[in-house]
Design a protein around this ligand. Structure first.
Ligand code: SER
Length: 322
């Protein structure tokens, strides 16, 4: 039986993953951890944790007999640029703290997310291959490449069962994203639903790999359930949901909300986005653990329009509801 600790459980992915893990393994077997308690009650037990506090992390793992850790705490690409040192420290040292616990056999399995941000200008950006030149231009991307190397190292050297996915931009409606370059693809829906124009911080034709939250969560659960003998990648797997540009997303939203207007006012995030691939080759994930997305652009748009709150303050999302 798995006893699970989700670190970063208040975040965009963490909150939804916590709920999914609770329904799969039982609420009593999942412990949610973050620096502050959740805004709304969650279906699992909550513990406060700064993942850089190694003593506290160890205390929680022992006290709750944790077997599996999902480490979702991180500073994302755009926010990271204003605080490079603390971004590197959080993103890399948190992983080291968790991998060390696994090396000492205090936990059996680790999930840690990498990102399309691990790629860079020389990575074959039309369709980034599983094995590519990795020359990221952001501190977030650099921390993800370092993390991938650490995962592979701890697996090869110490047999640590660590598994990872390079998430594309993740689009969801239950919790706000925080400081990413792909956040436009959520904010745009809220403007459309409010009947307001949207000022997009990326250029109209900047295509990026994206994934809808239910696919991202399912991918994570499926990878963690996969037979370890079939996993040939211990750095991080490419996966793709769908790829689109702001202009293509706008066109799809307009099919449902015809008067919706978007203006393009690219800022520093445009440069970050341009250093990322337009799509990724996820054939290795398909071959090794049967990855297959279910949501294309139209299905994503349909579901987002139906469910996204008008804004996060006025109608807080039902975080991690079971
Ligand atoms: N969605 C993330 C970001 O924009 C990429 O991992 O930073």
């Amino acid at each position: 039986m798995s006893r699970i600790l989700v670190i970063g459980s208040n975040g965009q992915i963490g909150s939804e993953l916590t709920a999914a893990l609770a329904s799969e393994h039982g609420s009593a077997n999942v412990v949610a951890a973050d620096v502050t308690p959740p805004a709304l009650p969650q279906c699992t037990q909550f513990v406060s944790l700064d993942v850089l506090d190694n003593a506290r992390l160890r205390e929680i793992v022992v006290k709750h007999s944790i077997t599996d850790i999902y480490l979702l705490a991180a500073v994302l690409s755009a926010r990271g640029e204003s605080a490079p040192l603390s971004t590197w420290t959080l993103n890399v040292n948190s992983l080291l703290n968790v991998l060390e616990l696994a090396r000492e056999k205090r936990v059996s399995r680790v999930f840690w997310p990498s990102s399309i941000a691990a790629f860079g200008p020389h990575s074959s950006l039309e369709i980034a291959p599983q094995w590519a030149i990795m020359d990221p231009t952001t501190i977030y991307g650099a921390s993800k490449v370092a993390g991938e190397r650490l995962c592979e190292y701890y697996f090869a050297k110490f047999g640590v069962d660590v598994r990872s996915i390079r998430y594309p931009g993740v689009v969801g409606y239950k919790a706000p994203p925080g400081g990413g370059t792909t956040d436009y693809a959520i904010a745009i829906f809220q403007a459309a639903k409010r009947g307001e124009p949207y000022h997009c911080f990326l250029d109209a034709h900047t295509t990026l790999p994206m994934i809808y939250m239910p696919d991202a969560v399912r991918a994570t659960l499926e990878l963690m359930k996969a037979d370890p003998g079939r996993l040939r990648i211990r750095s991080s797997y490419n996966i793709l949901g769908t790829s689109f540009s702001p202009a293509e997303l706008t066109r799809s939203i307009r099919k449902r909300i015809p008067r919706f207007q978007v203006t393009y006012v690219p800022d520093f995030r445009q440069q970050i986005a341009q250093s990322w691939p337009r799509s990724v080759d996820d054939s290795q994930a398909r071959a090794d653990w049967g990855w297959e997305p279910r949501f294309d652009l139209e299905a994503l748009v349909e579901d987002m329009i139906a469910n996204v709150p008008l804004d996060w303050e006025r109608s807080p999302p039902a975080r991690a509801a079971s």
